[in-house]
Write a protein that binds this ligand. Structure first.
Ligand code: ZN
Ligand code: ZN
Ligand code: ZN
Length: 144
């Protein structure tokens, strides 16, 4: 079992939940598609291949649960559906997303790059920053 699956199992147990085959298949699908920002429907279609008996409502509830437990996070790219990704660096600040307005491609920027801005905000607003979500909209290399 992977480290992330072990930690999920413990977290679920603490809250009185079990790592059911459906929950496992849902998380497996997200892990296998890391970096892809799948929508609920896309995740459902893939989980169905592992668990043919699973329903959309179960997948939906599992995603909400995983989001509550901070195993995955929900991101809204303003394209009308919620997308999910694995929370890989929980203590770290989130990476940024570049969203192509033409093809909808989402590119990840792995580095924070916000240190100077964060210092400025913390100083000027007496505010302690723990995280941030930044989306950049524009055109990717193929659509420019
Ligand atoms: Zn930061
Ligand atoms: Zn594009
Ligand atoms: Zn991402």
């Amino acid at each position: 079992m992977t480290e992330i699956m072990e930690s999920l199992k413990d977290q679920l147990k603490e809250k009185g939940y079990k790592l059911t085959p459906q929950r496992r298949a849902t998380l497996d699908t997200i892990i296998e598609n890391q970096g892809k920002h799948l929508s609920t429907e896309e995740i459902y279609d893939m989980v169905k291949e592992k668990c043919p008996e699973i329903g959309l409502a179960t997948v939906y509830r599992t995603l909400q649960l995983l989001d509550e437990l901070d195993v995955i996070s929900k991101i809204n790219f303003d394209d009308g559906c919620s997308r999910y990704e694995l929370n890989t660096h929980q203590d770290d600040h989130q990476h940024h997303h570049l969203i192509c307005l033409k093809c909808g491609n989402v590119i990840e920027v792995e580095v924070d790059l916000m240190d100077a801005l964060e210092d400025e905000i913390e100083k000027n607003y007496d505010f302690e920053i723990s995280d941030h979500k930044v989306k950049f909209f524009g055109y990717c290399s193929k659509c420019k």
